[in-house]
Design a protein around this ligand. Structure first.
Ligand SMILES: [Zn+2]
Ligand SMILES: [Zn+2]
Length: 328
């Protein structure tokens, strides 16, 4: 296939996979218990070719995207810390080029947990000669500045995990493997520091947790998230995505959790969120209390697809969050 891919690599085709979102709840429960670094789980990571030079590594926390080329490997999101050894091993087993770049879609620990380990396993572009690992400057980490700030103001600062290349304005661009990499800030969406990551030549958009295909979006209000901002972010995704035919093909989308998809499901997801949001807005305008809104079950036809009665993010919490935001 590609000359930097090792011979023995076995790829699973997109069609063959029933995906791993089922682990989302479990992983987030682990996260919330703040017991992540103590876990020694055996994570089953799965490598899939997406399109062009982009691959998905599923499992072990949030989805990881890889851009692989002659210069090296770019890693979008580094999973839970406890899965970092397996992520590094998978990359080294399958690809002959070093890790040079890390990008974080946002600051949750199921997406940045392995930053320090993955950076240390790689090196900065230009410090290696012909792919060697002689020089040990770690790979560079890119993210919106709002990913960096909580890491450097935490009680325990792990400087090796902190993004050193941050941006504050609307977007950041750089080249990797001759391909343009664009980080596009989505303010106040899932968190205050979300970036969409777009690989223009490979035509793949990495959404982070703005888009979690089989669950209602988790709005991290405590960290600057908002429902309105998340709807805006989904609409921004749809301006980037160009389908091939009938809302399918063309730009592929990697969600924060769940399977690879395309415009069709992003449209469905955006419509779902917009409809529920507007129903609750209308109910509040008619004077309904939160309890009355819950009783009215305004998300009823979507609950079987996206809802949950248990876990860290239930359908009830989702409705409460929208109601609270619209009542401000
Ligand atoms: Zn996540
Ligand atoms: Zn998240």
């Amino acid at each position: 296939m590609l000359n930097f891919m090792k011979q023995n690599t076995k790829l699973i085709s997109k069609k063959d996979t029933t995906k791993t979102l089922g682990n989302f709840l479990l992983l987030m429960t682990l996260l919330v218990s703040l017991n992540v670094s103590a876990q020694n789980d055996d994570f089953e990571l799965e490598l899939l070719h997406v399109q062009g030079n982009v691959y998905l590594v599923a499992g072990g926390g949030g989805n990881t995207a890889l851009l692989v080329g002659e210069q090296g490997v770019l890693v979008v999101d580094t999973k839970l810390k406890a899965a970092s050894d397996e992520l590094i091993a998978l990359i080294e087993e399958n690809f002959d080029v070093p890790i040079h770049w890390i990008v974080n879609t946002h600051g949750h620990l199921d997406h940045i947990g392995g930053n320090a380990e993955v950076a240390a396993a790689g090196n900065i572009l230009g410090s290696s000669n012909s792919g060697g690992r002689a020089v040990t400057d770690p790979a560079e980490i890119y993210a919106h500045i709002e990913v960096m700030i909580p890491l450097v103001t935490a009680d325990e600062v792990d400087l090796d995990a902190v993004p050193g290349n941050t941006y504050t304005a609307g977007s950041m661009e750089f080249y990797a493997n001759g391909e343009s990499v664009q980080l596009i800030h989505q303010p106040a969406a899932h968190t205050r520091g979300d970036s969409l990551v777009f690989f223009r030549q490979s035509n793949v958009l990495v959404a982070g947790d703005i888009f979690t295909i089989q669950r209602y979006p988790f709005i991290d209000v405590a960290n600057g998230g908002s429902v309105r901002g998340l709807i805006d972010a989904l609409n921004n995704m749809l301006t980037i995505i160009i389908p091939n035919t009938n809302q399918q093909g063309g730009t592929y989308v990697i969600p924060g959790h769940g399977r690879i998809t395309d415009e069709y499901e992003v449209v469905n997801y955006r419509d779902m969120l917009t409809i529920i949001y507007e129903r609750i807005e209308d109910a509040i305008a008619r004077g309904l209390s939160l309890e009355e809104v819950k009783t009215a079950r305004l998300s009823r036809e979507y609950d079987p697809l996206y809802g949950s009665d248990t876990g860290f993010w239930t359908s009830e919490q989702f409705i409460e969050t929208i109601y609270a935001e619209l009542s401000q």
